[in-house]
Design a binder for this molecule. Sequence first.
Ligand code: NAD
Ligand code: LMR
Length: 333
Amino acid sequence: MADPIRVLVTGAAGQIAYSLLYSIAKGDVFGKDQPLILLLLDITPMLPVLDGVVMELQDCALPLLREVVPTDKEEVAFKDLDAAILVGSMPRKEGMERKDLLKANVAIFKSQGAALDKYAKKTVKVLVVGNPANTNCLITAKSAPSIPKENFSCLTRLDHNRARSQVAMRCGIPADNVRNVIIWGNHSSTQYPDVHHCKVSVKGEDKPAFDVVKDDTWLKGDFISTVQQRGAAVIKARKLSSAMSAAKAICDHMRDIWTGTAEGEFVSMGVYSSGNSYGVPDDLIYSFPVTIKNKTWKIVEGLEINDFSRAKMEATAAELVEERDTAISFLAV
Ligand code: NAD
Ligand code: LMR
C-alpha cells in the first residue's frame, strides 16, 4: 500500500463536512488503495462538536483512515498537505446572495491562503467550497504566491450536477446518460448553465441535448433559472444550505482531480483565468469546461459560442470582476 496522504477539511464540524468525511475516509475520492491522514480544522468553540465527529469516524472502523487530527490551529491543519478542501465559512440565509458573505468570509481565505503558502506542500491541490466560492478561491490563491495558481479550484460541480440532473429528469433517463453540460462563470445566480455542447445518450447513441429535449424554450429559460436558483430553493425549503449534494459534488470534483476525467467527457470547475480562453478577463476564478489528466486541468478550447451564450458568459464575468474588486478593497482595510 502507498504511504498515507494528508488531507485537510476545514469547517469540519459543520453540516457539509458531516456528509463529506465518511466518503473521503472510505476511499471514494482518493482511491480504495490510498491510506489517509485526515486533518480537521474548525474554530475553537466548535472543538467539542469536532470531537464527536472524530469519535464517529473512529467508530466507522475504516481501514484506509490512519489518523484523524482535530484542531483549531492553522499551523497544525495545513502542515505538509497533499489536498485541502476549504469548506469552513459562513453559509448564506434565505434572502441573501452568496456575495453578501464576502466581507465575513474573505478574511478567512486570506489567512488560510497564507497558511497554505507557509505550511503545505507546493504540490497541494486546493478546492474552495465556502461562498462566494470563486472569489474566495482567488483570494486564497493570491495569498499563497509560492503555490502555482493552477493548484487552486472552486466548486461549481454542484451546479454541473444540478444541470445534468435537470436534463435527465426532463428526458426520463438516468443522470449518467447526460454528459458535457457546462457551467460558465460564477457560482452565483449569474452563472450560465449551457447545454449547447451537452450529449444525451439514448439507446446507446449520443445526441445533442436540444434534439432530445425538444423544448428550446425550456432549455433557454426555466432550465437555466432553475439551476441558477437551486441553492436558494434548497435554503428556502430546508432553512439550511445544501449539504448532502454539496458533499457529493466535492467528492466528484476532487476525485476527478486525483484520477482524471473519462475519455470524451468534460466537467465544470472554477479555475484561474489567464485571459486566453473564450474572452474571459484574466485574474478571475471562472468556471470553465475542463478535462483532467495527471492531476492537471486543461480548459476545453474551441467550443462554438453563439450570441445567446456569449452575453450570458460576459454577464457572469462582469459580476466576478466586481466581486474581486470588492474583496480586494475589504482586504486593504
Ligand atoms: P456550516 O455553518 O454548517 O459549517 C461551517 C463550519 O465552518 C462551521 O463549523 C464553522 O464553525 C466553521 N468555520 C467558520 N470559520 C472557520 C474558520 N476560519 N476555519 C475553520 N472553520 C471555520 O456551513 P456549511 O453548510 O457546511 O457550508 C459551508 C460553506 O460552504 C458556506 O459558505 C456555504 O455557503 C458553502 N457552500 C458552497 C457550495 C458550493 O457549491 N460552492 C455548496 C454548498 C455550500
Ligand atoms: C448551493 O449552491 O447550494 C450553495 O452554494 C449554498 C447557497 O448559498 O446557495
